[in-house]
Design a protein around this ligand. Sequence first.
Ligand SMILES: *[C@@H]1O[C@H](CO)[C@@H](O)[C@H](O)[C@H]1NC(C)=O
Ligand SMILES: *[C@@H]1O[C@H](CO)[C@@H](O)[C@H](O)[C@H]1NC(C)=O
Ligand SMILES: *[C@@H]1O[C@H](CO)[C@@H](O)[C@H](O)[C@H]1NC(C)=O
Ligand SMILES: *[C@@H]1O[C@H](CO)[C@@H](O)[C@H](O)[C@H]1NC(C)=O
Length: 272
Amino acid sequence: MLLVILYFVLNFAGFFAFLAIWNRLPKPKPFDYTTIPGMKLNVSTAEEIPELVKMPGEKVDFEFKGNFEEIKNTTSNLRDLLDFLNTKYGPLSSFWWSTRYTVVISDEKFLVELKKFRSNLVAISPFSIGSYLHGQPKYCNSTKLNTLKTSSGSQKIHVDQNLSEDVQNRLLMTLEDVDLGEEDFRCDVPQILENLKQCKVQLKKTRKSLSRPLLVVFDTEIWVDAHPIPKFIPIIIHTSEIIKAWSDDELFPKYYAQLYWLPGFSMITEIS
Ligand SMILES: *[C@@H]1O[C@H](CO)[C@@H](O)[C@H](O)[C@H]1NC(C)=O
Ligand SMILES: *[C@@H]1O[C@H](CO)[C@@H](O)[C@H](O)[C@H]1NC(C)=O
Ligand SMILES: *[C@@H]1O[C@H](CO)[C@@H](O)[C@H](O)[C@H]1NC(C)=O
Ligand SMILES: *[C@@H]1O[C@H](CO)[C@@H](O)[C@H](O)[C@H]1NC(C)=O
């Protein structure tokens, strides 16, 4: 009997000793947390890989270039960059914009997958790609879309030039702190709604306008094509590739049917 008890005691002791050692062992960072193909980081150890999750509005570390040099070498335009990524890595790809990990989707079937997570959409303007990468406070808040009442109302909406494709493209191609004099700026609910109303005034029913790249952000980990994507990662929709095969007649109805769930897009039925 004593032997049996001793046996169990030793067994437990052995288990706890092992557990203690295991807990002390340095665990590797998820070197490739996501297995999404794309531009690789030029780092020699896992320790040099930045944290994947960053809150909206959190600044990047401008000292860390990520794939920025390669991006600059490839193109000076987001649309071309997205075409390049799709050709080189396929319809699901990624790159590091400084310390910000960014995912790109170029296939309609991935839109359908993203849509399933729409109750976790963050109320970020789909046009604010460059601003989101920079963490500009005016366009970044982690408020959930479905907690807001979005309607364009009857007042005239002013056009925010900073959300135009040109300005956003320039921001994407600039890796330095752009001073907006907005340090104390809070992106509160009225500002969020103002940002979302831009969907109604920035989009036109033309192929050029409807092929503009778009941004979505979720506040939970999501899955695309069986790959996990952590929360708050910017996901760029390579719209020009997705709508390429759609005829002019079906263009807007299909666009709306696939994208109506994006922040602010409930208002685009009225665009001209
Ligand atoms: C990668 O990093 C090493 C060391 O910092 C540097 O010598 C090399 O030029 C870099 N390669 C590229 C492609 O940037
Ligand atoms: C970018 O281009 C320059 C000049 O051609 C080259 O020296 C450099 O290695 C390139 N950097 C990357 C990251 O491709
Ligand atoms: C647009 O950005 C510039 C700085 O780049 C800033 O001075 C200006 O106030 C911004 N405009 C709006 C409408 O936010
Ligand atoms: C986001 O919006 C909420 C609700 O208005 C506000 O309380 C919060 O301060 C905002 N956060 C930022 C970072 O602006």
